[in-house]
Design a protein around this ligand. Structure first.
Ligand SMILES: [Zn+2]
Length: 231
């Protein structure tokens, strides 16, 4: 029996094209082609899954077996067997992409779990960051200084920048005295070490600035959020 063209099966799995009468007739009779199509639907469906491991389908054992089979394939192909249909070449990149998607989702879940862990350290100071007048009112953040000298910073709705966001500790009694702590990542909370020897009672103003990539290490003058550390 002549099987369906693998490229056609991919299009069916992606819902790009519908089977014609002869093709659906073949699918109804041929378990091989049906299995191939089911696997492809599982693979293409993974891309649409949300980033939550609980929503994933059960571990696709069949997919891993097929990947292993593909790895072993070149050895077997050294003996030509014209009867047997060789594994289609397109299947390898499709399965590799599915494997990468699974790894990426698992990684995201691991990071989420790590970030969700309750810190065991003692909070020695905290601040609520408020937007300056030039910044949308929805922007803001929180800062916690821990007894081990780390500062945990969470920000939300910061205006986009073509440069980067930098964290500063400033002496509110003399705004020319300041220390740069580091850059904020584009998303999520960050942990920055407070340089040893900094008097947090003096440098108690936390400032988030918008810094251009101009090679100038001093404050740009464009503050976005500010808050005072209190115990
Ligand atoms: Zn078939």
């Amino acid at each position: 029996m002549e099987h369906l063209d693998p490229d056609r099966l991919v299009l069916f799995a992606l819902s790009e094209e519908a089977e014609d009468a002869a093709e659906s007739g073949h699918l109804a009779r041929c378990a091989t082609c049906r299995d191939e199509l089911d696997t492809l639907r599982t693979v293409t469906g993974l891309g649409a899954e949300t980033h939550d491991l609980r929503d994933l389908p059960p571990p696709p054992e069949q997919i891993w077996q097929r990947i292993e089979a593909d790895i072993a394939e070149p050895v077997r192909q050294q003996k030509p067997s014209p009867v047997r249909r060789s594994r289609p070449r397109w299947l390898v990149p499709v399965l590799a992409a599915a494997a990468a998607a699974i790894v990426a989702v698992a990684g995201t879940v691991a990071v989420d779990r790590f970030a969700g862990r309750a810190p065991a350290e003692t909070v020695t100071a905290r601040a609520t960051l408020a937007p300056l007048a030039t910044v949308p009112a929805a922007a803001g953040g929180t800062v916690r200084v821990l007894s081990d000298g780390e500062m945990r910073i969470g920000v939300r709705n910061l205006p986009l920048t073509t440069g980067f966001h930098e964290v500063w500790l400033i002496d509110p009694d003399d705004l020319t005295k300041m220390v740069a702590l580091g850059n904020l990542p584009d998303q999520g909370d960050s942990v920055l070490p407070v340089p040893p020897g900094i008097d947090m009672n003096q440098y108690r103003l936390v400032d988030i600035s918008d810094e251009p990539h101009d090679g100038d290490a001093t404050h740009s003058g464009r503050s976005l959020l500010r808050g005072i550390l209190t115990e």
